[in-house]
Design a protein around this ligand. Structure first.
Ligand code: A2P
Length: 341
């Protein structure tokens, strides 16, 4: 016997990927319900190679008939519906930023801090981290366990799918528009994204950083270790799928690239591809549709006592969102919900 599962935001970039990952990994579901706004009633979405699901309206869904709901419909929707679902006995795994920093809500990357799931019952809500945070902590965890990280500087190169389906459509239409000499229309991004880079993701904060940069810092500390200093600079780049990060790490213990390579290689979900030659590294294009976090360009930072620099790439819709959410559901089922099945 399996679980009754729902995906809220099933017509979106992450929601569709959630359905794909649930099917691919053969999540033990007796029923999968696809939820979206009333605008999408009558639409169908794919579930696996052969099935399609009719969209049901989130607003009238009876959550007492659902065991686990994966939410990826934005913060406002999560704020409104996640508590309603949780009260009805449905466990919410939420991909929005709304609940992540609540102290009694676990923020989880299963390979890194899966044990935090033990307090999920406090609110019946589990938060999925920001896409840039998820791949970053996957790379940092094995290094922190051995070399004790005390400071991280990270520059991100984030694809437009991080802004959802409309972000992808805007890159496509602007690129096409430029080739055929049409006017470039802007709706999602603050500047033209085609053939450009935008150092601005989410809103500005009082100290001049953006909320995206703040999220990477505070979420990394919550998941990994509150004593690590983190500073991030986040940039939107004209790539459809796949986030990249240049990461600068300072450690308490001496660290050398060869040792770092071997501890990274041993960590589940991390793949090291690091040859000092043409094509000896992974770029966003190659990680699309893939599960791992890829690490390349590992080298010493000679400007600090114990420093390492590397490049980290992952499919933001998978490990950065849908895959991580489904892995949380798998861990929940394996370690906490099995008696319910
Ligand atoms: P819809 O397609 O019906 O608008 P993305 O992150 O790719 O932009 O996708 C956002 C997802 O969140 C979509 O599935 C969208 O559904 C859903 N969504 C947005 N607002 C609501 C809402 N008020 N109620 C339910 N689903 C919503």
């Amino acid at each position: 016997m399996g679980y009754r599962v729902a995906v809220a935001g099933a017509t979106g970039a992450v929601g569709r990927e959630m359905l794909r990952v649930l099917a691919e990994r053969e999540f033990p579901a007796d029923e999968v319900v696809a939820l979206a706004s009333a605008r999408s009633i009558g639409k169908e979405v794919s579930f696996g190679e052969e099935q399609t699901l009719m969209i049901s309206p989130l607003g009238s869904h009876d959550f007492s008939t659902t065991d686990i709901c994966l939410f990826s419909a934005g913060s406002a929707v999560s704020k409104q519906y996640a508590p309603k679902a949780a009260r009805a006995g449905c466990v919410v795994i939420d991909n929005s930023s709304h609940w992540r920093m609540e102290p009694d809500i676990p923020l989880v990357v299963p390979e890194v801090n899966g044990d935090a799931l033990r307090y999920y019952r406090e609110r019946n809500i589990i938060a999925n981290p920001n896409c840039s945070t998820a791949q970053l902590v996957m790379a940092l965890k094995p290094l922190h366990d051995v070399f004790e990280i005390n400071r991280v500087v990270v520059s991100t190169y984030q694809s437009v799918s991080g802004a959802g389906q409309q972000g992808m459509e805007e890159l496509f239409s602007q690129t096409r528009g430029i080739y055929v000499s049409d006017a470039v229309e802007r709706n999602v991004f603050t500047k033209q994204i085609a053939f450009n880079c935008i150092p601005h993701i989410d809103s500005f904060m009082d100290d001049g950083s953006t909320r995206e940069e703040w999220k990477v810092a505070v979420e990394t500390r919550k998941i990994l270790d509150p004593d690590i200093d983190v500073v991030a600079h986040c940039v939107r780049v004209p790539v459809f799928i796949g986030h990249a990060e240049a990461v600068f790490v300072e450690t308490r213990m001496p660290i050398d690239p060869e040792q770092a390579r071997s501890v990274l290689r041993a960590f589940p979900g991390v793949v090291v591809v690091d040859y000092r030659e043409d094509e000896g590294y992974v770029t966003p294009k190659e990680c699309v549709g893939e599960d791992p976090v890829y690490i390349s360009r590992i080298r010493t930072d000679p400007t600090v006592d114990n420093g390492l620099v590397f490049w980290c790439v992952s499919d933001n819709l998978r490990k950065g969102a849908a895959l991580n959410a489904v892995q949380i559901a798998e861990a929940l089922v394996a370690d906490y919900l099995e008696e319910a099945a």
